[in-house]
Design a protein around this ligand. Structure first.
Ligand SMILES: *Cc1c(COP(=O)(O)O)cnc(C)c1O
Length: 398
C-alpha cells in the first residue's frame, strides 16, 4: 500500500514501458541521519525509547506546545492508540471525512465502533464543520478532523461542537506537522493528535509517527497503552519497583534507528519547510494563469491557516480531463497521482452501511484531483518540466 499512490492510486509504474524521470515522491537525507543511526548502534541501544526518541519527543513537545508527545511506529498506530484511549467500542459512532486515508477509519472500526462519514468543504477539502451537527446521534463519541494537505480544519467550530456534546476530538494531523491554525500547532488542538513521518510526508524516517497527548489526564494511560499494556515507563522513572500488566495495549513503540533518522530531519525543520514553500509558490505562480483561464483550480488556504506546504494538488474541470492529463504527464516521464478514493462507498464502507449518506462534494472532487510531484530534492528543472507539461496539455488539448 503506497501513500504516494504510485502502486494503488496513481497507476503502477512497473508494467509501463515509459521510464518515470520525475517521480511523485523521493525520500531524502538532509543532515546527519546516517551518522545518528551509527551512533545509536554504537551507544548499544536500538530498541525503543533511547536518546533519539527522547530528543524527538521533547523537541515536538516544546516546539508545538504539546504536554506529551509519544513516538509511534506510524500515524496509524497513533490513531489506534487514540481510539483505545477514548474507550471506543461496539456501537459507538465517530464523525470523520470519507475523503481521507484508510487509517483514519480503520483505527476506529477495529474497536467495533462505526465511522459516520461527513462531507468536505469545497475550498479546503477538509471536514465540513457546518455538516457535523446533523450527523450527530446518541452514540456519537468522537470527531476526527483530517488536516488535508497540511491546511487546518475549522478547529474553533469543531472544538465548540465537541464541547457542547461531550465528544472527544482526535486530529488526524498525519500531513500537518508544523502546520498552524490561528498560530497554534496542528496536532495540539484536539484531545489527541496523530502525526506521520512516513517517507511521503514533510519530515520522514521511513515509517514513523507520533501521538500528541493534549489531555494531560490521559498521559499516564497513553504510556501504558503504548508499552504493551504495562507500566514499564513508571518503572523506568523509578516510580514503582517492578513493572506489570495493567491495561490493554500493544507494541506502539518505534525503533531508535527510526528516531535517529527522524532527529536529523527535525533539526532541519525550517530549511525543509522553506524549500517546500518555494516549490509550492512556484507551482502556484506558474499555474495561476491556467486557473484564470478556467482550466484548473488551485489549492485554497484560509487566512487563519498556516500551511506546512505538504502537497500541491490541482482540480481539473472534469474526471476525464484529470485522467488524460495524468496519462499525458506519464507519457513524458512525470508521475502525478490521484488521491483518496472515498471510503464511504468502498467495499468495506458499503458492508458497514456507510454508503447511505450523500456526500456530493467528496464524490465530485475525488475524481478531479491530481497531485503533482513534490519532494525536498525536486530540482528547478524538474519542476519546470512538470509546469510545462501541464501548461502545454491544458492549453492545447483541453
Ligand atoms: C499518511 C496518512 C496516514 C497514515 O500515516 P502512516 O504513518 O503511514 O500510518 C493517516 N492519515 C492521513 C490523512 C495520512 O495522510
Amino acid at each position: 500500500m503506497s501513500h504516494a499512490g504510485a502502486s494503488c492510486a496513481g497507476g503502477s509504474i512497473q508494467d509501463d514501458p515509459v521510464t518515470i524521470r520525475i517521480p511523485f515522491n523521493r525520500p531524502f537525507i538532509v543532515g546527519k541521519e546516517l551518522s545518528y543511526i551509527a551512533e545509536a548502534v554504537a551507544n548499544g541501544q536500538i530498541a525503543a525509547d533511547g536518546v533519539y526518541t527522547k530528543l524527538c519527543s521533547r523537541f515536538l513537545e516544546e516546539r508545538f506546545a504539546v504536554p506529551r508527545v509519544l513516538l509511534t511506529p506510524s500515524c496509524t498506530a497513533a490513531l489506534e492508540m487514540a481510539a483505545i484511549l477514548c474507550d471506543l467500542g461496539p456501537g459507538d459512532e465517530v464523525i470523520m471525512p470519507s475523503y481521507t486515508f484508510v487509517s483514519t477509519a480503520s483505527a476506529v472500526v477495529r474497536t467495533g465502533a462505526r465511522p459516520v462519514f461527513v462531507d468536505i468543504r469545497p475550498d479546503t477539502l477538509n471536514l465540513d464543520e457546518a455538516k457535523i451537527e446533523e450527523a450527530l446521534g446518541p452514540r456519537t463519541k468522537m470527531i476526527v478532523p483530517v488536516h488535508y494537505a497540511g491546511v487546518a480544519c475549522e478547529m474553533d467550530t469543531i472544538m465548540g461542537i465537541a464541547a457542547a456534546h461531550g465528544l472527544r476530538v482526535v486530529e488526524d494531523a498525519a500531513q500537518a506537522v508544523h502546520g498552524y491554525y490561528k498560530g497554534r500547532a496542528l496536532g495540539s488542538l484536539g484531545h489527541f493528535g496523530a502525526y506521520s513521518f512516513h517517507e511521503t510526508k514533510n519530515f520522514i524516517c521511513g515509517e514513523g509517527g507520533a501521538l500528541c497527548v493534549n489531555d494531560a489526564a490521559c498521559i499516564r494511560r497513553a504510556e501504558i497503552v503504548r508499552d504493551k499494556g504495562t507500566n514499564r515507563q513508571q518503572y523506568f522513572r523509578g516510580e514503582i519497583d517492578k513493572y506489570t500488566w495493567v491495561d490493554v495495549g500493544s507494541s506502539y513503540v518505534p525503533s531508535e534507528i527510526s528516531a535517529a533518522f527522524l532527529w536529523a530531519q527535525l533539526e532541519h525543520l525550517e530549511p525543509i519547510t522553506s524549500r517546500r514553500q518555494a516549490i509550492f509558490q512556484r507551482y502556484r505562480e506558474a499555474l495561476s494563469p491556467l486557473e484564470a483561464a478556467g482550466l484548473l483550480r488551485l489549492p485554497r488556504i484560509p487566512a487563519e491557516c498556516q500551511t506546512n506546504f505538504h502537497m500541491f494538488y490541482i482540480l481539473l474541470p472534469t474526471p476525464d480531463l484529470r485522467d488524460r492529463l495524468m496519462a499525458h504527464l506519464k507519457s513524458v516521464g512525470i508521475l502525478s497521482v490521484f488521491h483518496y478514493v472515498p471510503l464511504h462507498n468502498s467495499p468495506l464502507g458499503e458492508k458497514l452501511g456507510c454508503a447511505r449518506r450523500e456526500l456530493p462534494v467528496t464524490v465530485d472532487v475525488s475524481p478531479r484531483l491530481l497531485r503533482l510531484p513534490f519532494y525536498f530534492g525536486l530540482s528547478a528543472d524538474e519542476q519546470g518540466e512538470v509546469i510545462e507539461g501541464i501548461t502545454r496539455f491544458l492549453r492545447e488539448r483541453a
